[in-house]
Design a protein around this ligand. Structure first.
Ligand SMILES: *[C@@H]1O[C@H](CO)[C@@H](O)[C@H](O)[C@H]1NC(C)=O
Length: 270
């Protein structure tokens, strides 16, 4: 039996330089191996042998998949991305991303013919009009499983602040003549607190503040919000635009004529 010479040489080389050790010395292999698909939590990479730049690249890519809804349902952020999310949320990029979304929203709104008093724009509340960043900063930026008790304690404080770009958009839309509908997943039990918080953050003059009622208990956000959009349409409103940080704020039938997705890498609501 004869073996091709290159194969023989390669086999001998492998004995002295196994691929495993080779890969550790060669950046290209390192990059290739590290870029292989990662499980949803991202735990497979991490630790000392991952440079900060590859963590950053991974977390940017992870966030891209969050924003495009490629991931689908997820419960917590990958633990290796906690400081990435922290930096993003507290840095200029979050504000800039939000501002660009708001500017496209306003550009669309300016082209809408307004008349008859039934031109509606829907806003979600949390992470759309108001920011709960302080709460999430104290609770691991989405790395901890959602705790309803803790969340409700935060809601009582009515301390969520306005997202600057959203407040500006909100006021601009109001001036253009849109009827503002605030459609939130919060329950009727938190109506007063939510109203108070929205006012504290600088919001006023909305047409309706819609919260989950008794009959909305077991519904997914998509189901609940779709039903409320259908209700508004049956009342004669035209829903021109809808702004939300969750796909579940925007998807489901009927949809607004245009939907605008705000960034939120901290949590996912189905
Ligand atoms: C949720 O938070 C409350 C209040 O801080 C705490 O008592 C409770 O143990 C937490 N629940 C879980 C499952 O962590």
């Amino acid at each position: 039996m004869r073996f091709p010479l290159p194969l023989v040489i390669f086999s001998i080389l492998l004995i002295f330089f196994p691929l495993d050790s080779f890969s550790r010395r060669t950046p290209f292999f390192e990059i290739l191996i590290r870029s292989l698909p990662i499980s949803d939590g991202g735990e497979d990479i991490g630790g000392e042998d991952v440079g900060s730049s590859s963590t950053d690249a991974y977390c940017n890519s992870w966030m891209y998949s969050v924003e495009t809804n490629n991931i689908g349902t997820w419960a917590t952020i990958p633990i290796i991305c906690q400081s990435f999310v922290e930096d993003y949320m507290n840095g200029p990029r979050y504000l800039s991303d939000s501002k660009v979304v708001a500017s496209y929203s306003l550009a669309f709104a300016k082209d809408v013919f307004i008349g008859g008093g039934k031109d509606a724009w829907i806003f979600d509340a949390d992470e759309t009009l108001i920011s709960n960043l302080q709460y999430y900063a104290e609770n691991g930026y989405g790395s901890e499983i959602f705790n309803e008790t803790k969340w409700n304690e935060w809601v009582v404080l009515s301390a969520a602040t306005a997202l600057p770009a959203s407040l500006e958009l909100y006021n601009d839309l109001k001036s253009l003549g849109f009827k503002i509908m605030i459609l939130t997943g919060r329950g009727e039990g938190q109506r007063e607190l939510t109203q108070k918080n929205l006012n504290n953050a600088g919001y006023s003059g909305w047409e309706k503040l819609i919260l989950r009622g008794e009959g909305d208990g077991g519904k997914t956000a998509v189901m609940y919000k779709s039903e409320k959009r259908a209700m508004l349409e049956s009342e004669g409103y035209t829903i021109h635009g809808s702004s939300g940080d969750q796909w579940s704020d925007l998807s489901g039938s009927p949809t607004a004529k245009r939907s605008f997705k705000l960034p939120n890498p901290m949590y996912y609501i189905a």
